[in-house]
Design a protein around this ligand. Structure first.
Ligand code: ATP
Length: 212
């Protein structure tokens, strides 16, 4: 088995912000993993993004320029219909043999896992790395706890040597930044300069979808 896990960080990235990049980077370091940022096409469980798929990819490319630890993987945008995470992970599992695969989720996304399509099957193909996020209530539902408690691990090495099936909490720098708040600021004509990756300001058109 390859020593370095492959971690997948999915999201709407509408727009990608410093919170995303910081926690993805720290997860890459904590797990010694390759991390792929994977923008979702038609998120099955939420409202459509303001920016188009192509615009969100352009922002991600600008944000990720100049480093190689975080990589863009736009495969879900190439698929028709809703992007179900289980389908993506099954596809990655087939490509990666028995390499350790980690789905990275912010604590809010993790708490909502039981609303996802085929969520219990995610553990057959990947581990889950839960990224701490401020402002998220600590309580998890009974059905989620039932699945998660026996899978909890505190040992990154154990996770590295098994392809799937564990849940690990990753304590990352708490940054109370959300794309919702950034969209609100931009719509109000404000300039959230230091909440966004610097590359997004090099091309003014990148943030046009959010300005009124
Ligand atoms: P929105 O405000 O539009 O809901 P968001 O800021 O939560 O967006 P998403 O693209 O929906 O961003 O999130 C993608 C993933 O990143 C999710 O797993 C989410 O929990 C996680 N995430 C986003 N911001 C943070 C943050 N500041 N700290 C930790 N995790 C985060």
């Amino acid at each position: 088995m390859s020593a370095r896990p492959l971690a997948v960080f999915g999201g709407t990235f509408d727009p990608v912000h410093i919170g995303h990049l910081t926690v993805a980077w720290e997860a890459a370091e904590l797990l010694d993993a390759e991390v792929r940022l994977m923008p979702a096409n038609v998120p099955p469980h939420r409202a459509a993004p303001l920016a188009s798929a192509a615009e969100r990819v352009a922002m991600l490319r600008a944000a990720l320029a100049g480093q190689s630890r975080l990589v863009l993987d736009a495969r879900e945008l190439e698929r028709d219909g809703p992007s179900y995470t289980i389908d993506t992970l099954i596809e990655l599992r087939a490509e990666q043999d028995d390499r350790s695969l980690v789905l990275l989720l912010g604590a809010d996304a993790f708490a909502g896992l039981p609303t996802w399509h085929c969520w219990r099957e995610l553990f057959d193909v990947a581990h889950i790395g839960v990224l701490s996020r401020p402002g998220v209530p600590a309580a998890l539902s009974d059905e989620l706890l039932h699945e998660v408690v026996p899978r909890r691990s505190y040992d990154v090495d154990a996770l590295r040597h098994q392809p799937a099936g564990m849940v690990i909490e990753l304590t990352v720098t708490p940054l109370e930044i959300s794309a919702t708040r950034i969209r609100e600021l931009l719509a109000a004509g404000r300039d959230p300069r230091y909440l966004l990756p610097v590359g997004l300001f090099d091309t003014p058109a990148l943030l046009a979808p959010y300005r009124d």
